[in-house]
Design a protein around this ligand. Structure first.
Ligand SMILES: [Cu+2]
Length: 311
């Protein structure tokens, strides 16, 4: 008898939870059950608490991203690699804390893949061998669409990090926007009161990020040496370097490790593509733009190329 009573009690609590989440069920319940429900509601509030805690508001977003392959792609005729990301799109809100767990699904250890974001303010580089996994966490500080890519499988292995506005109430949002406008106004005032000379002096003292090439211009076959410095370094810090050709096509995209004395270096042979499948190389005459990205920082320089093929 005691056992039966206990079981009945559990059954009532279970049906109470179901009834609360579905008003239709409440309507179809028998009178007896409804009486029992009314008693339970008076006696305990446990099921109500349980129902509320099922959906906690959280700004922590965790994603699992995998390397994948398009089956049946003919690399020889298409001249593109079959490698892709799954998923190709990650959607978050500004203010979120994001964790990305990246899995290299290759069986061969030499088949590396990377999950790389190097558009400010984001700086992520999970670069792993076949069969490995790696992770990165970062705060979603800026709204917008930011590309993520694999350093080894452009142009196909790319994706988009979509950062939407925060999911706050309209009143809160308005307040935030007003605060942002005030901050912007103050910054503008400061910039106006600073003379160009003062700015130049400050930059020389503590350049947070620099980039330079060893020469101003090169010819086909020359080695282009890109070097630079960072002011603040942590073990494993990497600088991402992008080179745009005179037509604004990306001809090189690579990240390099910052050494213990806060410098970095990348050597590129003019005329050679970064990957055998890449349609672009530093091989047409004109001015090239070099951009170095490091955390939220960005630095630029240019160099010229005189193509021996007369291109
Ligand atoms: Cu890859």
């Amino acid at each position: 008898m005691l056992l039966t009573t206990t079981l009945t009690g559990i059954a009532i609590i279970v049906s109470l939870v179901i009834a609360m989440s579905s008003p239709v069920l409440l309507v179809t319940s028998s009178d007896q059950q409804q009486e029992a429900l009314a008693q339970q509601v008076n006696n305990t509030t446990i099921p109500i608490t349980t129902t509320q805690s099922i959906m906690p508001a959280s700004n922590n977003k965790t994603f699992y991203v995998f390397s994948a392959e398009v089956e049946g792609l003919n690399q020889t005729t298409t001249r593109i690699p079959p490698d892709i990301f799954t998923p190709p799109i990650i959607v978050i809100n500004r203010g979120d804390s994001v964790a990305v767990n990246f899995y290299n699904m290759e069986q061969e250890i030499e088949e590396r893949h990377s999950f790389t974001i190097d558009v400010q303010p984001y700086s992520v580089d999970i670069d792993i061998a076949g069969g490995e996994s790696g992770n990165a966490t970062f705060a979603a500080d800026d709204e917008g669409i930011f590309p993520y890519y694999c350093k080894y499988h452009l142009p196909t292995m790319v994706g988009q990090l979509v950062v939407l506005p925060p999911t706050t109430q309209p009143e809160q949002q308005q307040q935030q926007e007003e605060e942002e406008h005030e901050t912007t106004a103050i910054v503008e005032e400061e910039q106006l009161s600073t003379t160009e000379e003062e700015e130049a002096g400050e930059q020389q003292q503590q350049q947070p990020l620099t980039v330079t090439t060893d020469r101003e211009s090169y010819s086909t076959g020359d080695t282009i040496v890109i070097t630079g410095t960072v002011a603040e370094r942590q073990p494993g810090s990497r600088v991402s370097i992008t080179v745009l050709d005179p037509q604004n096509d990306i001809v090189w995209r690579e990240s390099v490790t910052v050494t213990a004395n806060n410098t970095y270096q990348l050597e590129i042979e003019a005329g050679q593509p970064q990957f055998s499948i890449s349609p672009y190389a530093i091989d047409t005459s004109g001015t090239y733009l070099v951009t170095a990205s490091y955390r939220a920082l960005r630095a630029e320089t240019t160099f010229g190329l005189t193509s021996e093929e007369g291109g």
